[in-house]
Design a protein around this ligand. Structure first.
Ligand code: BDR
Ligand code: CA
Length: 313
């Protein structure tokens, strides 16, 4: 069983990465840490509590609040993509987050599970960067860090050149990619080059047909990002965050990965946050393992199985 922390800007899509941590028997979710990202910071924490309630795990995993702004840049919302709550689904009860700051929870958990903890970072990397700065041994204690971010072929989403998580806090990303994590896997934005099929109408219909509480939660959450992505010319909503979480518990879903020296642009007028995957760098200088191809059918059937899980009401 893999001890796991998921660092997230919980909006309409990260919730399903949380479900992997909460419901997959191979995962032992130690903590959920919240970072400034997609939508209103407090709402992100509420969305994490809502997801736990939907999974029948209310109160089982502590939620720690982290950085409510990026390190340097001004926060940029993506509420136009994610809508309110989890695709409009809100909870009225506001649970209490832990008193312990996310950065301290990350450092403590990495120490308690030295050499076995896996961290799945699916928002801007502000909390991870703060942990690196606060504890110089933090990175070396983490067995694996899986980051959802960047784009191998340079196609961004929040700007033509940059993927959202890298764009919002490029300085944090730069700190993390230079920190010397022994195993840093990157699930990049490129729906094209990773060729994991988007959740198009057919796949969403397949989820809807499950008729469970969790499938209903997914379909409602997905509706918002689906429309936004289709208008942006994609075939559906791209669930890269739950893919990142699955990779942490089942690396076998990845069919092809490559070592790169990865850089994040900090100063470009048009290219802030864009990621450069230097394929020319010698293996000795590589700092990431980028996912290049996955078993898309396995990913889709995993999500359906996860959403078919009967949960106590
Ligand atoms: C990233 O931003 C959000 O849309 C998703 O949660 C994902 O983490 C993709 O750019
Ligand atoms: Ca996210």
């Amino acid at each position: 069983v893999t001890p796991l922390v998921i660092d997230t800007d919980t909006a309409a899509d990260d919730c399903f990465a949380l479900l992997v941590g909460l419901l997959d028997p191979r995962a032992d979710l130690q903590a959920i840490t919240i970072v400034a990202g997609n939508i209103d910071f407090t709402q992100q924490a509420h969305n994490a509590f809502l997801t736990m309630e939907k999974a029948g795990c209310a109160g089982e995993v502590p939620v720690h609040l982290g950085a409510s702004t990026p390190l340097v840049r001004r926060w940029k919302s993506a509420s136009e993509v994610h809508g309110d709550g989890v695709g409009g689904q809100r909870r009225n009860r506001a649970d209490k987050p832990s008193e312990e700051h996310a950065t301290d929870a990350l450092i403590r958990t990495a120490t308690e599970h030295e050499g076995s903890l896996k961290i799945v970072a699916i928002g801007p990397l502000t909390n991870i960067a703060l942990a690196v700065r606060k504890d110089p041994d933090f990175a070396s204690r983490v067995a694996e860090l899986v980051v959802m971010g960047g784009s191998i072929n340079g196609r961004g989403n929040v700007t033509p050149a940059a993927e959202y998580n890298m764009y919002v806090d490029p300085e944090a990303a730069d700190i993390v990619f230079r920190a010397g994590f022994p195993c840093l896997k990157v699930v990049s934005w490129d729906p094209l080059s990773i060729n994991y099929a988007a959740f198009d109408q057919t796949r969403i219909a397949g989820v809807e047909a499950l008729g469970t509480e969790l499938s209903d939660f997914f379909v409602k959450a997905n509706a918002k990002t689906f429309d936004f992505n289709v208008q942006a010319g994609l075939t559906g909503s791209i669930h890269c965050d739950s893919l990142a979480a699955l990779i942490a518990v089942d690396p076998g879903v990845v069919l092809e990965e490559k070592h790169y020296r990865m850089h994040v642009e900090l100063f470009g007028e048009h290219t802030r946050g864009t990621t450069v995957f230097d394929w020319k760098a010698p293996l000795s200088e590589a700092n990431v393992i980028a996912v290049e191809r996955i078993d898309t059918d396995k990913f889709y059937s995993y999500i359906k199985t996860l959403l078919a899980t009967p949960v106590g009401t």
